[in-house]
Design a protein around this ligand. Structure first.
Ligand code: SF4
Length: 314
């Protein structure tokens, strides 16, 4: 029985095989790293953790990053379809024409079926929405908007420098000016947050005009402000049991048509300080599925929908 609406199954159904994301760098930065809004970045952010196998990828042309990424995935999985994924930093922060050229280059490959990019709600505007919509031209183009929490106090605490109101405005703007699907990022286990905050974030997102959610566990990566807090005893990560429990409660409040892009986040072992369980992606995934089965629950159950209504709508 399908208990939540996962993106990988949706992609497989749409394209006839497993579709993998190839992580690329457009060599951007971020307004709360470069001093425009702040310095230091979000307290958990270390870009090296997103592409540990290619620390010098920022200097490589997009085509080279793409070919190397595809070869790497093909050595491990049988597939011939990919999504170019601009994950690092803020992908719409920089010269628009230069960045659009990079996105365009990433689509110019016979095995690439679309692209996705991560950005902040305060770094995307009407001009971007229209240009990306035009560039996609019928191909998949997911806009991943970082929210992390709907609690503005938490956003301040983690040095994020945008608000939930800016997130809502960005969603409305994107839906008015484009047909691009939107995926929100939410993090469970942020400093100072309780389960109540996490469920408020789920309720907030359920009322936004978005199409998907990426749920992350907060993991402590070396070289971050969070790592310092953790080592000084000022931050305690969630246990796996807590994460599974909170994730399922979150899913129960999530509309059944939202695609679930991810249920975990991890960095390589050599960069991860804690928690140990975050390294094992499969174990997290299995634990969530097993517990959902045990509870006989599903995405949207808390909204009063039946399990047969769990389906992708794009
Ligand atoms: S907004 Fe994104 S790229 Fe910028 S510091 Fe935060 S997590 Fe890192």
């Amino acid at each position: 029985m399908k208990r939540y609406n996962d993106l990988s199954a949706w992609l497989k159904n749409k394209f006839g095989c497993r579709v993998f994301k190839v992580s690329l760098s457009a060599a951007t930065t971020c307004p709360n790293i470069d001093g425009t809004l702040a310095t230091g970045g979000c307290t958990f952010c270390n870009d090296a953790s997103y592409a540990p196998l290619s620390t010098n990828r920022r200097t490589k042309p997009i085509k080279q990053q793409l070919v190397e990424g595809i070869e790497y995935i093909k050595r491990r999985h049988r597939t011939s379809k990919f999504i170019s994924y601009f994950q690092s930093f803020t992908s719409t922060y920089g010269n628009m024409e230069t960045l659009l050229d990079k996105f365009r280059e990433s689509l110019d490959h016979p095995e690439v079926v679309g692209f996705a990019l991560s950005t902040r709600p305060d770094c995307i505007d009407e001009k971007w929405a229209k240009a990306l919509s035009q560039l996609a031209n019928g191909k998949l183009c997911w806009i991943e908007l970082g929210l992390q929490s709907s609690n503005n106090e938490t956003l301040r605490r983690i040095n994020r420098w945008h608000t939930k109101e800016q997130f809502s405005e960005a969603v409305k703007m994107l839906k008015t000016n484009s047909d691009l699907p939107i995926c929100a990022h939410a993090v469970l286990g942020l400093p100072g947050e309780t389960k109540k905050d996490v469920l408020e974030t789920a309720d907030y997102l359920a009322n936004q005009l978005i199409d998907g959610v990426k749920i992350h566990n907060l993991h402590v990566v070396k070289g971050t402000a969070l790592a310092k807090d953790y080592l000084e005893g000022n931050y305690k990560p969630l246990t796996l049991e807590e994460y599974v429990d909170w994730t399922i409660d979150f899913l129960e409040r999530t509309p059944p048509n939202f695609l679930i892009h991810r249920l975990n986040a991890h960095a390589p072992r050599q960069l991860t300080l804690a928690p140990d369980w975050s390294i094992n992606k499969l174990a997290i995934f299995n634990a969530v599925e097993k517990e959902m089965e045990k509870r006989d629950t599903w995405q949207g159950k808390g909204l009063g929908v039946g399990v047969h209504e769990v389906s992708g709508s794009l």
